[in-house]
Design a protein around this ligand. Sequence first.
Ligand code: GLC
Length: 746
Amino acid sequence: MQRLHVLITGFLLVNSFCGFAQMSFDARIDSIVAIMSLREKIGQTALRGTSSRVKGTLPEELKQAVREGKVGAFLNVMNTDYVDELQRLATEESPHGIPLIFARDVIHGFRTIFPIPLGIAASWDPEVARACGRISAIEASSVGIRWTFAPMLDIARDSRWGRIAESPGEDPYLASLLAKGYVEGFHGNSLKDPTSMVTCAKHLIGYGAAIGGRDYNTAIIHEPLLRNLYVPPFTAAIKAGAPTVMSSFNEINGLPASGNKFLLTGLLRGELHFDGFVVSDWNSVTEMIDHGFARDEKHAAELAANAGLDMEMTSKAYEDHIESLIEEGSLSEDQIDFYVKNILKVKFRMGLFERPYRDKDTEKRFYLPDHLQKAKEAAIKSSVLLKNEQLLPLKKGTKIALIGPLANAPREQLGTWTFDGEADQSITPFKAFNEQSPEVLFSPGLTFSRDRSKEGFDEALRLAQKSDVILFVGGEEAILSGEAHSRADIGLPGAQESLIEKLALLGKPIILVIMAGRPIAISRIIDKVDAVLMCWHPGSMGGPALYDMIYGKSEPGGRLPVSWPKTAGQCPIFYNHKNTGRPADSTSFVHIDEIPVGAWQSSLGNNSHYLDAGFSPHFPFGYGLGYSDYAYSKLSLSHKELAMNEALTVTVSVTNTGTRNGEEVVQLYVQDVVGSITRPVRELKRFRKISLDQGETKKVSFRLSSKDLEFMNHQLEKRAEPGLFRVWVGPNSSSGLQNSFSLKEN
Ligand code: GLC
């Protein structure tokens, strides 16, 4: 074994001098695969899940499997001694010394926890995603974790879906910019850098389209929609260099992703030119039996291996059946060689052959001041101010009653997928306020978000009575969103609404702060509060971030990355919807409570709406208030006619008409009015966050080319079509100044 290692290392040294790294890269890999046994090749396709709960010593059978080259990668090995021992066994005792990759779900932080990804999406700032990736990688790599199952790139349009919390939101343009930020952040300057983490674009594909927002459920997505909405974030991640992709649990149009050759080979490799490796999701290979797509585990292995799945996570269908599938001719060994080469390519790119072991001297890179500062900034940039009746920001000295089940819930505010976050390092609103304003009065009122007991109400009401302003921090415990945690009722859980109603009777101003993994339906109580601030699950620094925002040291910087439903009954709801043949119309809409008794059947406006919930969300995609006000004027286009492959400039003036300096996210949307397939009523094409002093006006210009207007038509040709285009520039997806231009055929 050592001999081969010397050979490979020598080869590397020679070639690195020759500068023919890439050419010999493949040659090196070919030379290794050529001398590997089939069992060893199958071993490289195995991702073994183990729990960091492995106590005592490493199981002997696990060590023996590594010695025999039967494992290519591990998931969740969180004991650094185990990481070091397993890597030693792999590189020094296995037949060809091929190093292991160690993986973990490091989604929005490792020890220093950032806001949940839906919150990061609300920052509309790829730099926030980049910082989250970089800091997560610096911290996690110090314990040997070099592969993260992030970024999650599933477009989400349904707030009932638990994993909307991990999603980049409902828009492909915003999601694509975030995807690039995450990949570059996790990777750092080079995958060979020991603080770099290999990313995994997941979950391919359409996982967020699950029927009813029920996790793991069926996705039915027509081809153009798949390419125009769900594919772009994966294209962006692959272009940014993501070396791995994860197949999703769900079926798409009858084909489960892990056995879907159209997806894993046709689309991913054929169209997106992906050259890394695809890993299944947890047991998603053998789950094809439950899907009714595979007869048994052997058939599942055959389907997945012939579809283009390189590595199997946790289930053992490949380990148990690939050899016999090859023997009987149901699978070619060349296919396995292809997978092994893809996996070895990534290991080479990570520099694992030269440096298989983690850097021990940089063990403690957790919670560095810069990490905490970046996490706090992210929490501020992610928070979305939904309502403010001239209440925020508060003046110092205001007597606050801090109430609510999430006011002092350190573990809950970290949110979903935070196995390595630490509650004792999570600074809650109570800790932050108590530290800086000891006069703050605190009583949770409810012991946890689902608490239905009203025992704590009296104490909370008594304290509130003594205050000037009530700061209610409510929402969801972390467990109420994330994987497998879809909700049919997306209101505030437990007795939170009842407590808010009782507090409102005191006649004191109320600020409702929501910490949750999804938009929360607040239609029933929004009129009882004077301000609403959505902080998502804000992470380790949620408390200090909230303190700064409440007292105006910083202003909430977020804008909604998803439409905010009035009620679950509106889901799925999204801004980039189609117009339909009977578009909703506010002039003809009659609310259910206004319908005259005995109204004639067709008297109510036959349009696409709900009698009891109308047709628009509570707050639209892109919406968010600042602490100042802004006016848009003078929208102009450099051309009223645009030729193919030409560009025009859209210019608008934005004025800060408020009483404070602040920031505004200027958003540009277009509508392709007529297309060979129906087109969304609006599509986000550009945005820019600008800072404006009080009274200041700035001109903002965007360049728009015909390439930005391209879409996949029914013939799956990507092209822009001539015709009328409407343009809006404004503060969100349902307002703004409007203009138009025509795209001409050349
Ligand atoms: C989970 C998730 C996936 C995660 C994987 C490993 O079931 O679907 O996102 O990366 O298993 O934990």
